[in-house]
Design a protein around this ligand. Sequence first.
Ligand SMILES: Cc1ncc(COP(=O)(O)O)c(C=O)c1O
Length: 389
Amino acid sequence: MKKLFAERIEGLAQSDIRRMSLECARVNGINLGQGICDQPIEPIIKQAAIQAIREDRSIYTRLDGIDELRQRIARKVREYNGIPCDPNGEVIVNVGSTGSFVTACLAFINPGDEVILFSPFYGYHLNILKVCQASLKYVTLRPPDWSYDAQALEAVFSGKTKFILVNTPSNPCGKVFTRDELTHIADLCVKHDSLCVTDEIYEYILYDGRRHVSPGSLPGMADRTITISGFSKTYAMTGWRLGYTIAPRPFAEKLAILNDLINVCAPSPLQHGVVAAFDLPESYYTDMRRDYQVKRDMTVEACRAAGMTPYPPQGAYYMLADFSEIGFKDDQEAARVILERSGVAVIPGSSFYPDPKDGRRQIRLCYAKKMHDLEEACRRIRALKTVLA
Ligand SMILES: Cc1ncc(COP(=O)(O)O)c(C=O)c1O
């Protein structure tokens, strides 16, 4: 029998995240597994999308997105991210930031090209890089603050490095890269003539007064950085599938063509709708941060009460927790038993590491949930202490 599947998809399997969501639905549990973020969307955004549908704004858009949206994105990128950005030629609206990452990988990676990835990593990053047949070089982020060893990073960087992937704030560990760390990364990119691809989808979700720093805003980086972000997380619209890429003009031109080939364009009425997000007041962002910080602290406290060692995130809305003290055999058993005994779904930690052993004592929890669901989940997690005794 002929080999049917392409080599590039060898080894791809349903992720633990999707599997846990299915198992959670089966037992009607509370899902702290997948980063679904079930908050309501702001009414002005919904109204704008409904109006666009009523007005039949329903045909293909420009390959890089509608004018008004590119203009509002470019202004935000200049003001919030500090990256010079021209809406005509340096912004592409994609089908989710996942769409942005896929086009960037297709545009830059030949099979065997080296890409540096921090671990723990976001599974989609890993798998898309694998589908593109990148040769991966890992650098470990170490708890509790998820710092990296400067020499370890320098050791994997070389003239062969096509790009380094930064994710700040990061999923799954909630690391927010500091200006000093990003300056170190930028210096290495310049030294080795490498690109930086940076996923900043959680850029507004920061704790304890931290500030977001975009690699593309650092000296020497604007010409070699592909900045990826989107609307899914900031505006709680993961299913709208709207994201964007910021890149210097010669890169953006190619990325826009790929966007056109793969998706033609992002959904047009939703592009019109999301323009309204830029009219939200500053308080929207401060309230969101405050709300997530309360939820983070609740989740940290619940894990501690259960006997785990949580690593409080600096940003985003996921947390890794070490359960060694509770005594499960491994992370798979921990996730299975926690779901069975408490009806709360969490993700086995090994999904986030190149060597599964590194995540064997960890689980990931996502606290982007409605308050009453999270309260109930935290009550059940706390109760694990007695349930498992
Ligand atoms: C780091 C990271 N990037 C991208 C995404 C997906 O974003 P989008 O909905 O814009 O495709 C996620 C979702 O969980 C994520 O955690």
